[in-house]
Design a protein around this ligand. Structure first.
Ligand SMILES: NC(=O)c1ccc[n+]([C@@H]2O[C@H](COP(=O)([O-])OP(=O)(O)OC[C@H]3O[C@@H](n4cnc5c(N)ncnc54)[C@H](O)[C@@H]3O)[C@@H](O)[C@H]2O)c1
Length: 358
């Protein structure tokens, strides 16, 4: 195998693949000669500053270059039938992603996409339970890292939740409302969307890469109960009505006054049962890479394949259309889209004195 692009994330792909006993890492490639040599030296494998010599040397590869180059790099491998794990999002544009998925199918090459949260033990546990989600909120907030500035936050972070939502809800999105704002460049850095699914489920999803406090959480309300996922801590909290309430319901107006008085204190001990499940300590990236290797060996369908990645990108495209056409003053004459805002009417609070640069 080989890893193409060994920057922030690709060097971790390479480290893990080099450590797997049943994989031979035949090389790492990166256009940044200093970076690729440092990674290759550390792992004791050959370094390449171009990926094409690896086309004839590998049985499979992972593509971890910036998103805008996914298509050009991935297409070279897929058209030769070489199985690939391409980092998320599959491509910077939907038509490119669809072409890659179609190429993989035509050449019989496994195509897995790096939607790593599908390997989060908290999510794996939740999807294995009987659940009909009807209202979901997702928050994925992170600090500005200076990376992935070739794409906006919808493709960078929100795409994780779009894939998770499509998996959990199991129905297509029928309508989308969204808005977003760019803070650091041409693309949106904060975005929020409301999605309506064909089965009546509604989801609110917010993503930011300009947040001081990181947070990756999902709340799910369903007839079966309530679930809270913390993707960072890998915990899943489940709440369900007690067996008695499931049979008889709970009407406070029909309770004896003494029981009614204790209702508040007893709610989460007697009437609603609560469990917390802590995800085991397995490394998600290792699980994702092992799964890919297993799919290459057995010919089985990757958990997140090209079609799944295209479905998430299709929703992302609809969200971006809304973000680009949002009229901040309610009409198209005023500011529209993520890069324009109404002129501020004044500072929100008094400016602090300028710090001396020295
Ligand atoms: N799954 C996740 O949670 C997750 C997290 C972070 C990044 N990513 C994705 O991984 C990809 C890479 O992100 P990153 O943060 O590691 O970026 P990065 O900028 O740190 O690394 C990208 C590397 O690719 C190299 N490169 C560029 N063009 C190349 C080419 N044609 N051939 C070979 N190497 C080339 C660059 O020199 C750089 O070292 C992006 O698509 C990003 O969206 C996914």
């Amino acid at each position: 195998m080989a890893v193409i692009g060994v920057g922030h994330l690709g060097k971790e792909h390479a480290r893990i693949l080099a450590s797997l006993p049943d994989v031979e890492l035949v090389g790492v490639a990166d256009v940044n000669a200093e970076q690729v040599q440092a990674v290759a030296r550390r792992l004791g494998v050959p370094a390449f500053t171009e990926y094409w010599p690896l086309l004839n040397l590998v049985d499979a590869a992972t593509v971890v270059v910036p998103t805008r180059f996914h298509f050009q790099v991935a297409a070279e491998f897929l058209r030769r039938g070489i199985p690939l794990l391409v980092e998320k999002p599959l491509a910077a544009a939907l038509d490119e992603a669809e072409t890659l998925a179609e190429m993989a199918a035509r050449h019989g090459a496994a195509l897995q996409v790096g939607h790593i949260e599908r390997f989060n033990p908290a999510f794996e546990d939740l999807v294995s339970r009987p659940l009909q989600p009807k209202f979901i909120t997702c928050e994925r907030l992170g600090p500005f890292t200076g990376r992935s500035t070739d794409i906006g936050v919808v493709h960078d972070l929100m795409i994780h939740d779009l894939d998770l939502l499509l998996t959990l809800v199991g129905a297509p999105v029928v309508s989308v409302e969204a808005l977003g704002v760019s803070l650091f460049g041409p693309h949106e850095d904060v975005a929020s969307a409301r999605l309506h699914f064909a089965n009546g489920c509604v989801a609110n999803v917010t993503a930011s890469r300009a947040s001081a406090a990181p947070c990756r959480k999902m709340h799910v309300w369903a007839p079966e109960g309530y679930a809270r996922l913390d993707y960072q801590k890998r915990t899943l909290t489940l709440v369900q009505p007690s067996a008695l309430i499931r049979q008889q319901g709970l009407d406070p107006n029909k309770l004896e006054p003494a029981l009614r008085a204790t209702l508040r204190d007893d709610l989460f001990t007697k009437h609603f049962e609560r469990v917390q499940i802590d995800g085991h300590g397995q490394d998600q990236l290792t699980c994702e890479l092992r799964h890919f290797i297993q799919c290459v060996r057995t010919g089985s369908r990757p958990r997140v394949n090209g079609a799944d990645a295209c479905a998430a990108l299709r929703v992302a495209q609809r969200i971006l259309e809304c973000v680009r056409s949002h009229a901040w003053n309610g009409d198209a004459v005023g500011p529209v889209g993520p890069s324009q805002l109404p002129t501020p009417i004044g500072p929100l609070f008094a400016d602090r004195p300028q710090q001396d640069a020295a």
